[in-house]
Each structure stands twice: as C-alpha cells, then as structure tokens.
Design a protein around this ligand. Structure first.
Ligand code: PAF
Length: 272
C-alpha cells in the first residue's frame, strides 16, 4: 500500500481515504461518493481494528464480508481497497499508541475505555501508510470525528478531514453495521433514539433551554420503549464536548443506548 501510495502521489494524484471497518451500508457509500469528488485516487481501508474493542465487546462477532464490500466499493468508484491483516497493522513487538488528553474522556469515553486510543492509533497508522490529502469520516461517530480532527491538527498531518452527514433508514434509524444485530422488536425500540433527538429539537425550537429538562424528556421517551437501557444522553459543546447547562448556543445532543445486547449511538446539533 505504501508503494502504491508513492506511485499515485508521484504521478500527481491527490489521494482521498475512507477508513472503515467494512460491512458496508449506505453510510459508508456516502463517504465514498464524497471521497470520489474530493480526490483523484479514492482508497478505502477495511480493517476491523482490534485495539478499539474492549475485552467484553463485539470484536469477534463484528460482521465481515470482504467480497460483498469489494463489489459495493467498486460500484461507487473506489480505486484501491486496503484490507490488511491484524498482524500487519500490529506486529508482535508493537508498543506505540496515540492518546488524547481530554476529548476521549467524555461521551463514549467512560464506557469504552481505550476505544479512542485504538481509533487514534489505527487512524495515525492509516494516514502514514496511505498518505491521503483528504480523509472522510461519518458524523454519526461525532466524538471519533472530533478526536481525528484534533489528532490531525496536533500531529501536523497534512490532511483535510471531512465530516459527512449521517445516513438514515427511511424511518430515521441511523445506519450502522451493528443494526444487523437487532431483532425486529429491538429494531422498533431503536427508533426511539432518533425520535427522542427530534423531541429535543422541537423542545429547543419552542424555547426550552435548560439542558437538564431536555435530557430528561429525551431519556423519558427512550425509557418508555422495551429493551432499551441508556448509557448516556448528553448536551455538550460541539468542539470541546464539555457539558452545557443551557442551550444558548448550538449544542451537541449525543446519546448511546443499549437496545438488547446492541449499543447504538446517535447525535444532532440542537440550534436555539
Ligand atoms: O469508524 C470506523 O469504522 C472506525 O472507527 C475507523 C475510523 C475505521 C477506525 O478503525
């Protein structure tokens, strides 16, 4: 991959990279379509990164289908798929990691210790291997996007980070490879996540500014659906991710909810 990147760069191409863990859905394809516009050469990486999964998380169960992914990637104009083995990305003596001080502490940080260290480390490796001028990430993983923007800036990667809006199913559920884990019953309950954000959005539009009230209403709606368990519902500053008490400025509502055994996340910027 490094040789291919050198060849592409020496021939005067700009490289756009879409890093993924595979099992593509429309959200991934939206990243690739945007990437197609942004670079001469479009590269997507497919790597289920072990270091971003906790010991009790779904690394083994995470869905994988490289042949299907390759067909889909080709259909949206991907030039190169980089799908390394775990031993290539982390050889036996591997011991270097990238960590962020503050951004990884909020939102998903407490319930997924080590997760953003794994993400930051693998994205740093991918940037060094592929040397993209542009890299695209989904806004559904808002905190991940914030972490990657910060790391690119802190480590002087000469890469433009582009966030692409969340793609949703017709009924509003944010697309995620993990949606495949949901039973039909759980799938119905999972809709409450998007609905509850809409409720908060309506609340803000009506002039409610108190974060505690907005979070309580959001949580209440989710709780009223079976199979749901809230990990967090937070209103925070869209850049620092620190909690806000009032929605006087555009604020990020971010939430993580267990639906059965599946942990789902979603978010939206609420604008007063
Ligand atoms: O969003 C993902 O699929 C992963 O976290 C990423 C950015 C590819 C790093 O493994």
């Amino acid at each position: 991959m490094q040789q291919e990147a050198t060849r592409l760069l020496q021939a005067g191409n700009t490289i756009a990279l879409v890093p993924t863990m595979g099992y593509f859905h429309e959200g991934h394809l939206a990243l690739m379509r945007e990437g197609r516009k942004q670079g001469d050469a479009l590269i997507t990486s497919i790597f289920v990164n072990p270091t971003q999964f906790g010991p009790s998380e779904d690394f083994q169960a995470y869905p994988r289908d490289l042949n299907r992914d390759a067909r889909l990637a080709e259909s949206v104009g991907v030039d190169v798929i980089f799908a390394p083995e775990a031993e290539m990305m982390y050889d036996q003596g591997h011991q270097t990691y990238v960590t962020l001080d503050a951004l990884s502490l909020y939102l998903c940080g407490p319930s997924r210790p080590g997760h953003f260290r794994g993400v930051a480390t693998v994205v740093t490796k991918l940037f060094n291997i592929v040397r993209p001028q542009v890299a695209l990430f989904g806004e559904k993983d808002y905190q991940q996007l914030a972490v990657i923007r910060r790391l690119a800036r802190d480590l002087y990667f000469d890469v433009r980070i582009i966030g692409v809006p969340t793609v949703r199913e017709a009924d509003g559920l944010a697309m995620s490879s993990r949606n495949t884990y949901l039973s039909p019953d759980e799938r119905r309950s999972a809709l409450s996540i998007h609905q509850s954000i809409q409720l908060a959005q309506e609340g803000v539009a009506k002039g409610i500014k108190d974060a505690r009230q907005l979070v309580a209403e959001t949580s209440g709606l989710i709780h009223s659906h079976p199979h749901t368990k809230i990990d967090y519902v937070t209103l925070c500053d869209p850049e620092t991710l620190e909690d806000v008490k009032r929605v006087d400025e555009p604020s990020l509502m971010a939430l993580a909810v267990w639906v059965g055994h599946t942990r789902l996340i979603d978010n939206a910027i609420l604008t007063p």
